[in-house]
Design a protein around this ligand. Structure first.
Ligand SMILES: [Zn+2]
Length: 378
């Protein structure tokens, strides 16, 4: 129940017998309030349309309202001293229904600016979501682009399994979190819809210092040397994936290349490790062709453009990022002791990457099938 607090309380406490005096006091109070409102400081974002009266989209249903078609990631991972990422991500989108503000996940960065179709617009950001009013958005059915410029240190939650790891030798993401309710965890390094249902294609332009290179989820396009300051590695993936399967791994990587006979066509294989690990890597992956053959014979053709693994100093397993599996260094020991892990991750290309669970509570489907595939392989 609403109680008008100021004017009526004051009036009731004054013993007035003269109606004209009451009216004079009332008018004085009203005039005072109007003057007060007139001189109150204006909100800083006064020209930003309010989002408070707009209908909100329940988190997991954003993809019914917007469809992200493509994500392009420009990111500078040059500074291994400060571990400060400087990045620009462009989301090409289509508006599927109206009206709702656009909510983009991004965890604990400094957002410098946001462009909508190339024009700077107002937004709010609370360290977890960027919100853009629907008043700025394209009509239903139209495509539009969102450019987010941001910087900061990517999040690694203490005790978490996933997140973003950055030490003196490696920088890499692990796309899920076991401590966050929102289990997919791309938002720790890129603006995205951090759910399991939104799928889009990806391209990457990742800057490093010249001694390192970036390996991303997709096909290698080119390296561009920025003498003497750095290197930009370009990658692209035309197979749509959810954001938690997008990936980057940066180190002084060497590449072990080969080609396998897929049931549809030859499949390029590229395994990345530091040069001290490449021989052990080859020996530990001797039976990768057998794993591919068994899974193709059982489930159908491999549908991604490349089989890729990147060795990282991850202590507790591996992560099935599309075309760029993050694979723990301890499992690359030159023996076949861990090849069930190699097969497990490869099998996610059918269960998890090609067909993805709808929510975190269904993750057991991804993992149950992958566990079954370990036994198929062995
Ligand atoms: Zn798994």
């Amino acid at each position: 129940m609403f109680k008008p607090a100021i004017s009526l309380t004051i009036l009731n406490n004054i013993n007035m017998t003269n109606k004209i005096a009451k009216k004079t006091i009332f008018l004085t109070l009203v005039t005072g309030l109007l003057l007060l409102l007139l001189f109150l400081p204006k909100p800083l974002l006064a020209d930003a349309p309010s989002t408070s009266t707009e209908p909100t989209v329940p988190y997991d249903f954003r993809s019914d309202t917007f469809d992200i078609l493509h994500t392009h990631i420009d990111a500078d991972f040059s500074n291994f001293t400060t571990k400060n990422l400087i990045a620009h991500v462009r989301l090409d989108m289509i508006r599927k229904s109206a009206p709702a503000p656009l909510r983009i996940d991004l965890l604990k960065f400094t957002v410098d600016s946001l462009l909508l179709n190339g024009n700077r617009v107002m937004y709010t950001y609370d360290d977890s979501q960027i919100i853009v009013s629907s008043a700025y958005l394209a009509p239903v059915g139209d495509t539009f682009s969102v450019d987010v410029f941001y910087r900061g240190t990517p999040t690694q939650i203490p005790g978490d399994w996933g997140g973003f790891y950055w030490n003196t030798t490696y920088a890499f993401n692990i796309g899920v979190s076991f401590t966050e309710n929102q289990h997919s965890f791309a938002r720790c390094w890129i603006p995205c819809f951090d759910n399991f249902t939104e799928r889009c294609t990806y391209s990457y332009a990742i800057q490093t210092d010249p001694s390192r290179r970036a390996v991303c989820g997709g096909m290698f396009v080119a390296d561009s040397l920025l003498t003497p300051t750095g290197r930009i590695s370009y990658w692209t993936l035309n197979t749509p994936i959810p954001s938690y399967l997008a990936s980057v791994a940066v180190s002084d990587y060497a590449e072990v290349k080969s080609t396998l006979s897929g049931s549809l066509s030859p499949i390029p294989v590229s395994l990345f490790a530091r040069s001290t690990d490449t021989t052990k890597l080859k020996n530990s992956f001797l039976h990768l062709p057998d794993a591919l053959r068994i899974f193709e014979n059982t489930f159908g053709p491999f549908k991604f453009p490349r089989i890729g693994y990147s060795v990282v100093p991850f202590s507790a397993g591996a992560m099935e990022h599309a075309c760029n599996i993050s694979y723990m260094q301890a499992a690359v020991d030159g023996t076949l002791s861990y090849e069930s892990l190699m097969a497990h991750e490869l099998s996610h290309n059918w269960f998890g990457n090609l067909v993805t669970c709808e929510s975190a509570s269904e993750m057991w489907l991804n993992e149950g099938w992958a566990k079954y595939c370990e036994y198929l392989f062995t």
